[in-house]
Design a protein around this ligand. Structure first.
Ligand code: ACO
Length: 330
């Protein structure tokens, strides 16, 4: 058994913030941001939350798939920016959409998280442990960004995307995943619960937030080098396992971090950039939400046809990276 994507959905915050607006609150400008990243604007939450966007994307994906919430037996949410530590975003989504029969949990593999959740879903289906799974990537990164750090604040956006994965007879699609914890320091975001600060054993009577910086910190150039080196290798490894060549792939749906990264990956694979769709100009880097949001745009925009060969690839904190092959089947 394997899962096929039966439907897609996305949900973006209403509020769009363009580069000019950011230039009014920090020392940056539209030209610098566009040239270095390709980003023109991003959506940022106001009333929305990671849970509300996840539930909205999930409902749209269910409608697109023609599946009732009660038929969903698993919900996996990839996020690093939950509304709450407990309960998980997946359980909160279950309650909102009325998917009473689902088993729910969250996955954290940063910007590679959607792929990690998709592969987990495929493995459950393959093992016969689930039949209809909602896979969601959702982030409110604006809550983790230091709005005085122009090196990171300009990059990120908020949003959610979802797919419905349904069991069908057939071979498990090929996927590859990698992690390198030794290089984790290049992209971090600390937790207030680090160490024993808040326990009696640590001498504290409660969380001590002094000196704690709850923001994304990044060595941009190291992340850039990592992405343009590892992602093409990983795609080549994937295609070799599938017995396919890059020329046979209709679309490469990559994590939307930066236009220069996507262009460099296309160049290294010696493939035309027209087969690497991008929407990061509109949404910035939405971490684990970027692949399902783009997939939903392609699906609803009529760019996906039955039999098309797709490669999905992600990379991010951890460090983590991975790629998955799939044939569009609806
Ligand atoms: N506006 C104007 N100037 C800026 C800004 C800004 N927003 N940010 C930095 N600068 C300045 C710097 O201070 C520096 O000035 P200096 O030369 O006077 O010291 C100059 O611009 C160059 O800074 P660099 O950091 O060297 O710029 P770089 O060309 O590396 O671009 C960027 C920075 C866009 C972050 C790039 O490194 C990059 O794209 N890295 C990839 C990281 C990424 O996409 N991360 C996303 C999260 S991770 C993920 O999704 C996997």
């Amino acid at each position: 058994m394997r899962g096929i994507i039966k439907g897609t959905g996305a949900c973006l915050p209403k509020r769009a913030v363009d580069n000019h607006e950011l230039a009014r609150i920090m020392d940056t400008n539209d030209e610098w941001i566009r040239e270095r990243t390709g980003i023109v604007r991003r959506r940022l939450i106001s009333e929305e939350t990671t849970v509300s966007m996840s539930a909205c994307a999930a409902e749209r994906a269910l409608e697109n798939a023609g599946i009732e919430p009660g038929a969903i037996d698993m919900i996996l949410v990839s996020t690093v920016s939950s509304n709450a530590v407990l309960p998980s975003t997946a359980c909160a989504v279950q309650e909102r959409i009325g998917a009473a029969n689902a088993v729910c949990f969250d996955v954290n593999a940063a910007c590679t998280g959607f792929l990690a959740a998709l592969n987990t879903g495929q493995a459950y289906i393959h093992a016969g442990m689930a039949r209809n799974i909602l896979i969601i990537g959702a982030e409110s990164l604006s809550n983790l960004v230091n709005w005085t750090d122009r090196g990171t604040a300009i990059l990120f956006g908020d949003g959610a995307g979802a797919v419905v994965l349904t069991a069908e007879e057939g071979e498990l699609p090929v996927a590859v995943m990698h992690s390198d914890g030794a290089k984790g320091g290049v992209l971090t975001c600390r937790s207030p619960f680090e160490g024993s600060r808040s326990s009696p054993a640590g001498g504290g009577a409660g969380a001590d937030p002094s000196g704690y910086e709850p923001f994304i910190q990044m060595n941009g150039q190291e992340v850039f080098k990592f992405a343009v080196r590892q992602v093409p290798r990983c795609i080549e490894e994937l295609l070799e396992k599938c017995g396919r060549t890059p020329e046979e792939i209709d679309l490469f749906v990559l994590h939307q971090a930066n236009a220069r990264i996507v262009e460099a990956i296309a160049r290294r694979l010696k493939q035309d950039i027209s087969r690497f769709p991008m929407n990061l100009m509109e949404y910035g880097n939405t971490s684990s939400a970027s692949i399902p949001i783009l997939l939903d745009e392609l699906n609803r925009g009529g760019r996906l046809r039955k039999g098309m060969k797709l490669v999905l690839a992600g990379f991010g904190a951890g460090l983590t990276w991975g790629a998955a092959y799939l044939e569009w089947e609806v």
